[in-house]
Structures are given as structure tokens and as C-alpha cells.
Design a protein around this ligand. Sequence first.
Ligand SMILES: Nc1nc2c(ncn2[C@@H]2O[C@@H]3COP(=O)(O)O[C@H]4[C@@H](O)[C@H](n5cnc6c(=O)[nH]c(N)nc65)O[C@@H]4COP(=O)(O)O[C@H]3[C@H]2O)c(=O)[nH]1
Length: 684
Amino acid sequence: MSGSAEEFAEIINLAPLAFWSADAGLRRIHFISRAAHALTGFDAGEFEGNPDLWFSRLLDADRQAALLIHEQVVRDRSPGRYQARFHHRDGSVRWLDNYVFPALDDAGKVVRQHGCVVDVTQAKQQEEALRKTALVFEHLYEGILITDAQGLIEHVNPAFTRITGYTAAEILGATPGILSSGLHDKAFYELMWSALLREGHWSGEIWNRRKSGEVYPQWLQIATIRDDAGAVQNYVAVFSDLSRRKALEAQVLHQAMHDVLTDLPNRRSLEERLLQAIAQARRHGNQLAVLFLDLDGFKEVNDTLGHEVGDVLLQLAARRLRSCLREEDTLARWGGDEFVVLLPRVDGLESVLTVAERLLAVLNVPFELDHMQLQLNGSIGIAQFPGCGQDVSTLLRHADAAMYAAKKEGGGKYRLFGRSVAPLMLERSLLKRGLQRALDGSEFVLHYQPKVDFHSGRIVGAEALLRWQDPERGLRGPVEFIALAEEMGLILPIGEWVLGEACRQAQRWHRAGHELHVAVNLSARQFQDPDLVAKLAQILAESRIAPCQLQLEVTESVAMERPEVGYAMMQECVAMGVGIAIDDFGTGYSSLAYLKRLPAREIKIDRAFVRDVVSDPDDRAIVGAVVALGGALGRRVTAEGVETREQFACLKEMGCDLVQGYWTGRPMPADAFEALLGTDRLFV
Ligand SMILES: Nc1nc2c(ncn2[C@@H]2O[C@@H]3COP(=O)(O)O[C@H]4[C@@H](O)[C@H](n5cnc6c(=O)[nH]c(N)nc65)O[C@@H]4COP(=O)(O)O[C@H]3[C@H]2O)c(=O)[nH]1
């Protein structure tokens, strides 16, 4: 038996736990096993010689609780347990777990305390690390989403719920696909997955959708977590919501580029836009105009009625000026009472003068402000590209100089840089009179340009182009008079005449056995005419042609000017069976989403891209993109302005559907066109 006791004592001394035994009041340590040394740095003799050693080396914060447990064990005669931090002799602090038991005598009195001490430092450290990780997970500002290897969501944190709107209960078990915005294509996700599988991580900007349906940008980082054998265990995604930052950036950018008082683009913004417009004009070979406008009489208002009135007047004036311009035009505040208008695309001087007259006219209407009427006037200086300057500063300087000249002449006028406007004004009034006479006296005629099908080589349509047979000056083209006709309000009757005549001609050709459509250009005013559909119905009934034989051509910028109105109008035309083509495509700023909705059956690529298509890779890329777009949206694509065999062959090869241009036929009178139809010529 005593042999077993020795064996037992040996086992106890070998154990990694420190067994101990003391009297009830802990004044005498009877026994402490050898492991005490590893756990505390002190050996049994030291503990036995100093009963306070244990408590003196506990951390102050933990000592009191430890003493209480020992008291409780004695008082309640039941086991107790505590964990406390102990200053090891080597300087480290160890977490020690002490199990305490009472030993009772026959009378049930506690005569001893004994127990064992275990080092739990490592477990405590792991527990602490886990607690911190959980804190990070809970409190991180970024959203966290963890999926299993199959991509099913296992965990999300509160920030995830705050950002996406989905609670954990709603999303656990789903796939992250539920968050997708639909804005990224398949290729985007394929790249993401291949990076995740190949490199183990992916990060980038992505648009996702909240539960509310709102689409928002986020910065997303995803990591693949693998086990020791290399198999995917989880995917961890951490993301932050970029929408506030983006909105702030946009706001800062807006403030940097806009005038605070009027919210118009500022000087810097204007200079940038002018630079771009010059580059575009060079590329497309078009003209642009800069109008420098100074308010006459503003200084007096400001000096006599105060800055506050002056500020309101500037805001009102800015609003009126803006209302005279097209979407693509820029009105900028240059400073003080000076504004600059940029017309990035002008058909000729006529249209610029029309805008200048309109600007002066709206300023001239009295302003109602604080129960007073204030009368303003403006002086405008005009500089055109390329005639009056080829760069930003020259154009602005020259427009400014012309504005001063107008002011010197008493204000309320416009002046062209380097030219007197007097002969021009005379010319304009002659033209106005002539146009009215042309309409009354049937001096307008239509010429027709063939539209040829690339696949069959046959003429399948004719674009009607307006000409004015001026008895004094001969045949005049539309660029000379359309803008003025618009300004005079003559464009509606002229347009109606064109529609009627084109349809009558289509009927004559139909009777002669020629199957083709006639295409008619619609001006902005006609397109916005609420009676257009009724007028079309009447014209179609009178000429007795099938509606599909008529096609209306609307330029991209006109179609985009008031998209909702334009869309509704086109829908009605299409419902009648009349075709729609988008003219001069590529020169405006159509959004693809809008284009997709347009019920147009044909897209006409602007001449500017066709001109150098054979030699310029950029133009080729643009044409290629429009052809692809047309194919994807089921629209026919027509190339305009084709002048050479090389252009013809190139565009045919690129997959355009129709061709129009001098190479397949110049605009010609109706009888010449009919003669051409009679030859059955094939264009191959
Ligand atoms: N350099 C070159 N030019 C070519 C070629 N093939 C055709 N053109 C010209 O390009 C213009 C095509 O018409 P658009 O882009 O609709 O542009 C038309 C259209 O916007 C407008 N227009 C013409 N007739 C009418 C009309 O009846 N009503 C309205 N509102 N506008 C019209 O006037 C614009 C100019 O008409 P046009 O002077 O007849 O000029 C026509 C035509 O003569 C070519 O290979 N090379």
C-alpha cells in the first residue's frame, strides 16, 4: 500500500498541474507538487516557507476575488474555482486556473484546503484574440460577408445590414448574386472569379443593389480561404459604400467648375469645353461660335439698388439666357455681369445671328423684381471658329473685342469680330422677304438622293432634300435658309409642303412600278409640333401611299433635346406604320439606354466618320461600333456621304446595310431620279 502511495506521489509530481494542500486558513502549506515550478518559477520549498507567496504574486486586480473564493470554500464547505493572473518569476504574467476543495474532519469542520493549479495562459490568449476578432466583425465600418465553398452566405456583420438593407436572417443561405446590380456583364464576373481562384484575392470597384433597389458603388475586396490541403473553405468579402464619397467628389467637382451665384459653368469650365469643342470641330469640319455677352445697365442697378438686387437680377438673366439655348450649347458666367455662350456646332452665320438676336430679345423683356420693373439690355460680341481664331484664348479675346465694339455703338446690339454687321442685316432682311415669297409662289422644289441597299446593290429609297429655286440667285441649298426659316416660324408650313410633295412623288413612283421609300428630314420645330401626327395622317391619306413608304429623319441632337417628348412622338409615328431614322448619328451625346428605347428602324452614321473611314483607324472603330450597335438593337445602319469606291467597299465590308452619297448618286430632280430607276442599275 505504501508502495502505491509513493507511486501515486510520483505521478502527481510528474503531472503538468500543480497539486497543493494547506491548512484551512492557508497559513501553512503542507504540500505542493513539482509542476509548481514550471507554472510559477518558484519551487515547493519556497511556497512552503512563505504561505503568502501565492497571493503576493497575483495581480492586484485579481487578488481580492481569489481570497474570497478561498473564504467561501471554508465557509460553505463546497469546492470553488478561480482564474487569476500570476507574476511568474521570469517576468511573464500567466493565467492560472485554481480548483479548490475543502477537506473535512469527522465533525464536518474544514481542516484543510487543497486543489490543483493549471496554466491556461494559451487558452486565455486565444479567447482574447477571438473576442477582439468578434469585436472587429461587429463594429467594423465596412460590410463583411462570408460564404462557404459553394458561395452560400454563412455570416454577415451589422455594417453589411446597414449598407445593403438585408438582415442576416434574410440573407443567410442565399448567394451574393442577390446583391448584383445587373450593370456588369458576364465577362466582368468571369475575370473576378478567375482572379479569386488563381491568385486568391480580387479587389475593385463594383456597382451593387441595395434591398431598396438603389444601385450604388462599392469598393470590394474578396479573399479565398483554403484549408491545409488547398481546398476552398470560404470566401470572405469586405466592402465599403462609395456612394457618399462619389457624391462628395461630384459636388466638389461641380463647385470647382460652376459659379456659385448662378450655378452656371464658370470660366475654367468654359475654357475646357471650348477646347473640346474646337477639337471636335476640327475633326468633323464644322464651325463653332463664341458669344461674349455683357449686360448693359447692370452696374447702375447694382450701384443704386444694392448687391442683393444685383445678384437676383443676374440669376434671373442667367435663367432667361439659358432658356434660349440648346442642350449642347454652353452658357457660362465669365465674371461680374459678363456671360459667354458657346455654340459647339453651327450650320452657318445665320444660325449664330439667330441665337444672338434671341439672347438680346429675352434680355430686353423687363424683369419683375421686388415690385419694380427693371430694364436691361445686352451687348454681344461674336467670334467664329475657324474664321475668327483657331484657339481658346484668341476666340475669347476676339469675341470680347467685338462685344466692346457693340457697347461703344450704344449697346443692345451684336457685333461680329472683324466685320461690320450692316450688310449682313440687309442680307438677312432680303432673305426673309425672299423666303416668304418662295413659300407663297411655289419656288421650293425637292431633289432626291438615292439610298442603295449594300446587299442587293439596288436603290431602295430616296432622301428628299429641299431646294429653293430663287428667281434672282438660282438654286439655293437648305443650309442657306433653313435656320432663318426656323426663326421666322416658316419652317412648319415649309416642312408640311416637303412632306406632302415627297409623299405625292412616292405615289407617282409607286404607280410607275418602283418600290422604294422616301425619307424626309424633320426640323426640331416640326418634330415638337403636337399636330405632327394628325398632319401626317392627313398627308398619307391624300397621297394614298402606304405609311411604310414614308420615313422621317430626325437628327440625333433633335431626338435627344427632350427625350421623353421625342420618344412619345416616335411611338405614335411607328404605330401609324411610318419609319423613323436617326440622322447624323455619332455627333450627339445619345445615351445607349435611350437609344435602345427609340423605336427607330434606321441609324445614319454621320458623314464626318465616313470621310476618313478608309485611312483613319479611329473612324473605322466608330463605324464598326455603330454597325455592331445597329446589329444588336435590330436597326438598319446607313452610311452617309460616301464619295469614293474605296469608302463604298470598306463600308460594305464592315457590314453597313445602306449607302447614300455622291458615289451612288447626287441629289437630283425627280425626273432624273426616275430615269435612274428605269436603268435598273446595280451598285456593287
Ligand atoms: N459632302 C457630301 N455631301 C453629301 C454627300 N451625299 C449627300 N450629301 C449632302 O448631305 C446632306 C444630307 O442631308 P442631311 O444630313 O439630312 O442634312 C440636310 C438636312 O439636315 C437639311 N435639309 C434638307 N432638306 C430639308 C428639309 O426638307 N427639311 C428640313 N428640316 N431640313 C432639310 O439640310 C441639310 C443639308 O442638305 P443638303 O445641302 O441637301 O445636303 C445633303 C446632301 O446633298 C456626299 O457624298 N458628300
